[in-house]
Design a protein around this ligand. Structure first.
Ligand SMILES: Cc1ncc(COP(=O)(O)O)c(C=O)c1O
Length: 486
């Protein structure tokens, strides 16, 4: 296949075709998986999933190439993806963006170095630091008047760069669809000779229509990681890592890191779904996104006419994803959690992310006109039960503490659970993240302050949830009794 990479045609689906052929080839299978193309599968599972999926659930057979040393159909499928997503090189990921972000950090931030990252980075970035031993340098994201984290400003990154990190990680777009100024931040990182890694988990569709923010690689990011499964047509867990042509990245370290954090038995169902999703976008991406954008725009118009409902918008001039819809329900007298329950249980509409005041919906190429009607109808029905408005509950989170230990020293140290009141003044042994706003208040290695605990209790009292820690009721906290050596 290597010789024929020049002749790649976006209409082809090399990996999907090879998998289809292998699934149909009559043979006696003496290899994993044990169900042998479905013949040994539980009838209950076959009843739910059908048989075709198991016929194609195959391992690295000679015709199917190898994800960790691609020179056949995976190499061709990845090369086609690089063209479609505007990258120099693309790696398929079968363990989500989680694995791509971890590999990117492991490849750039050795033990003893540091990574500049926003406080609301996904937890996989923190687990990468636990694995690598590097130190976090946190940048606070801008937070809007509604308590929703926006992107990070170039000024905040410039300030963080004075601490001489080994790399910069940026989350763009955020869960609420807000992008940061990738070009400005890439220029700042590159001026210091370090790479910019972009967690673009929620922005896989950006390159296919001009009404979306600029994709990270086009803005100059060295690496960008996209959950193709989140907003495009791939199966859950299927993601991609893209590399810029001038990336300041040691490619060998990157491929080594990818093999460290991914399964040695990547699912070909997931990998083939990436090939198919790329094909769909390479051939019909503009049209599909245009239709999706039109559906969202119509729904937004209808929603804007519902008295008491506010359709959330980021501050004017902030690049954002119109397909990410966030509704402020306080004017209808509902918390986001209550509205989510009502919509899910009684009105046949299921959202992505509820919070205290808001409810966020992911709208993608898979949403039909009927879905959109149901969404508008559901909110209209909810508005029929309008109650007195809920007072605004905005709590500014306490500023992050300077870590005492690296996340690795804390997590691999000797830890103990203490009643929360006794944990104040100790070093935290776990990550504690309240929703809203989804910004961790305590990271492993940071000092547990009375302010941080008071804040977490306030979020709980308002109906928010605490995630990331072993005891989400927050009666106990894990503290570090004895750290490992740096
Ligand atoms: C911002 C962000 N980054 C990374 C991830 C991890 O992506 P994946 O689920 O594909 O591993 C998520 C998942 O929710 C996310 O929201």
């Amino acid at each position: 296949v290597s010789e024929s990479l020049d002749a790649l045609d976006p209409n082809q689906t090399p990996l999907l075709d090879a998998l289809a052929a292998a699934a149909q080839r009559p043979h006696a299978p003496f290899y994993t998986p044990g169900h042998k193309q479905g013949r040994g599968i539980s009838p209950r599972l076959a009843n739910v999933l059908g048989s075709a999926v198991f016929r194609a659930d195959l391992p690295e057979l000679p015709d199917l190439d190898n994800l960790f040393a691609p020179e056949g159909v995976i190499q061709a499928a990845q090369a086609l993806a690089a063209i479609a997503f505007g990258a120099d090189e693309t790696w398929f990921l079968a363990n989500g963006s989680t694995s791509g972000i971890q590999a990117a950090i492991l490849a750039t931030c050795p033990p003893g170095s540091s990574l500049l990252l926003p406080r609301n980075a996904h937890r996989c970035a923190i687990t990468a630091l636990i694995l690598s031993g590097a130190m976090p340098i946190f940048v606070s994201p801008t937070i809007d008047a509604d308590h929703i984290p926006l992107g990070v400003s170039a000024a905040a990154i410039a300030q963080g760069l004075t601490a001489q990190p080994a790399a910069v990680l940026m989350v763009s777009p955020t869960y609420h669809g807000v992008s940061s100024d990738g070009a400005a931040i890439a220029a700042l990182a590159h001026a210091q000779g370090i790479p910019l890694i972009v967690d673009e988990a929620h922005g896989a569709h950006f390159g296919f229509h001009p009404h979306f923010p600029q994709p990270a690689i086009a803005a100059g990011a060295d690496l960008a990681i996209q959950s193709i499964h989140k907003t495009l047509g791939a199966m859950t867990q299927a993601a991609m890592l893209h590399r810029h042509p001038n990336a300041r990245i040691d490619r060998d370290r990157l491929t080594e890191s990818l093999a460290m954090v991914q399964s040695s038995s990547p699912s070909y169902l997931l990998l083939a779904s990436l090939d198919a999703a790329r094909h769909q976008m390479a051939t019909d991406g503009y049209q599909l996104m245009d239709e999706t954008l039109a559906r969202v725009a119509r729904a937004r118009e209808h929603l804007a006419r519902i008295p008491g409902l506010r359709v959330w918008e980021p501050p004017a001039g902030t690049p954002s994803d119109p397909t990410r819809l966030t509704l402020d329900l306080r004017g209808l007298g509902f918390t986001g959690f209550e509205a989510d329950e009502w919509l899910h249980h009684h009105l046949g509409v299921t959202a992505e992310l509820p919070s205290l005041s808001h409810l966020t919906f992911i709208i993608s190429l898979g949403n039909t006109r009927d879905d959109m009607k149901q969404l508008v109808q559901g909110i209209q029905d909810l508005a029929q039960h309008r109650r007195p408005p809920i007072p605004t509950a905005i709590l500014p989170p306490p500023p992050p503490e300077v870590p005492i230990l690296s996340p690795r020293q804390a997590v691999f140290g000797r830890r103990r659970r203490l009643p929360v009141s006794e944990a104040i003044g100790q070093v935290c042994g776990e990550l504690i993240c309240p929703y809203p706003p989804g910004i961790p208040v305590l990271m492993p290695g940071e000092c547990i302050t009375a302010d941080a605990i008071a804040y977490l209790h306030q979020v709980q009292a308002l109906g928010g949830t605490i995630t990331g820690c072993a005891d989400p009721t927050l009666q106990t906290l894990s503290i570090v009794e004895e750290a490992i050596a740096p």
